[in-house]
Design a binder for this molecule. Sequence first.
Ligand code: GAP
Length: 543
Amino acid sequence: MSNKMDSIVSLCKRRGFLFQSSEIYGGIQGFWDYGPLGVELKRNVREAWWRDMINAHDAYSTPEGAPSAFGMVGIEASIIMHPQVWKCSGHYDLFHDFMVDCKECKSRFRVDHIQVALASSTSGPARCETYIHNSDEAGYSGSKKKRLEKAAGEGGSVSEVSLDRYPAVLAEHGADVAGDLIPRCPVCTGELTAPREFNLMFKTIVGALGTEEDAAFLRPETAQGIFVNFKNVLDSARVKIPFGIGQIGKSFRNEITPRNFTFRSREFEQMEIEFFCHPETSQHWYKYWRDRRMKWYKELGLSEERLILREHDKAELSHYSTGTADVEYAFPFLPEGEYGELEGIAHRGDFDLRSHMEGKLDEKSDPLVLQLDADGNPKWKGSGKDLQYFDDQTRERFTPHVIEPSAGADRATLAFLCEAYTEDEAPDDQGNLQKRTLLKLNPRLAPVKAAIFPLIKKEGLPEVALGIYREMKSAGLNVVYSQQGAIGRRYRQQDEIGTPWCITIDVDSVTDGAVTIRDRDTLEQTRVPVSEVTSEIQRRLRG
Ligand code: GAP
């Protein structure tokens, strides 16, 4: 990990943002606990999403870039659903990764994470080296490069391919996977096992009998809870197409290689929208959501330079998708120039509603999804329910197309933390410049909105300060009070957790009824009457 990432991880532990799950027992890989400040930060991320996407949405005006006005509602579905849901969604058959293990150092890798660099000399493939994308420890090092250049020799070349495609690439050259062409462990060059398939869904048992028939799964995405409730929402909420259903909730994936702090976890939270529209306008809606979601991250503080919107090329698209774009962020744990996915915006066509209706897919579908039994009938039957939409104005009946902006709450929280982490210099109590660490979080996301400090512990200052503290608490603002230590130290403690404003009560406050608000980023100090402090902080929070 980079130095910056090490500093962020250590701040998160030291100040109570994030802890390793079950740490006192040595921890459990891929699971994380949010501490007192982390829980506030992540709640603020979720609330910003829910408010901006659902509650504050105006269903009667057309937002910029949208084809028309539209409605937005929310749901909260259960984590364990009928097992048939996962058969019809394709997760039961298709939601797997291939993994390989190193027989010597016991490292485990996802096959598609291992890159093979192949040196071809003028007489054909000569040598390969393996490395892991985005890895400091097992990346594409100087020594690997040198060995390849030597093997390629004059007139030769080096090409790179993912391990899952490597056998096919070698075959194109008419070569076998043998000798110097055998991919070895990227960490220790030990021998690798053959790839093994691994379903990512966590299995559990529902009920007392505990037989295979009672097997169920923890949901690997929140999306399916929305699809199976499409008709319920349509019938109960009186929404008309186009409209979206949003949901925030936990998802679980038994990731083979959880890593990079919370970036790839086994238990994580998603914030997903399934937006239902007419097939003819679906491309417009796809573009609208893609651009709107990108804007959301920028408005909440992610910088343009570290954020990209990457359209998938044709080879990357799922068989049912006519467009997918990822919002990606240059996390500090990634090598320079690499980005990690924050959110995917996918055009899913009518794939999900149709598979929950029919349990089978048409000839366009991927043959792997079309599971047939021995008699040639679809193996997984759909619900048989009519999940079509009837437009009572045009008298048209159709299966809506779906645009899915699917974000990770933990990844967004991590990105906001990484972006906010700053080291600069600020004057101490004596006016000398000192190094300071601060989180420049957007005030909407900051765990603590203001800290209230009486300059000294006497002369009636604590009473005034506690009065302000209680008034702000009653207004629903998460504020803290502290009368301990030098004022400069108290400011620094708050800067480090991203508190946007510190309110200082000094001896003059008792007579002039005013206090000082100090801004975390600009260090600007403003005098404000005590009676207006709460409304001033609320005004600043609205931006
Ligand atoms: N319904 C579509 C879907 O689930 P996805 O790309 O697999 O799509 C959507 O997941 C988002 O969920 C990702 O962009 C990421 O932010 C988050 N996510 C997925 N797997 C994750 C993991 N193992 N740990 C943390 N977040 C994850």
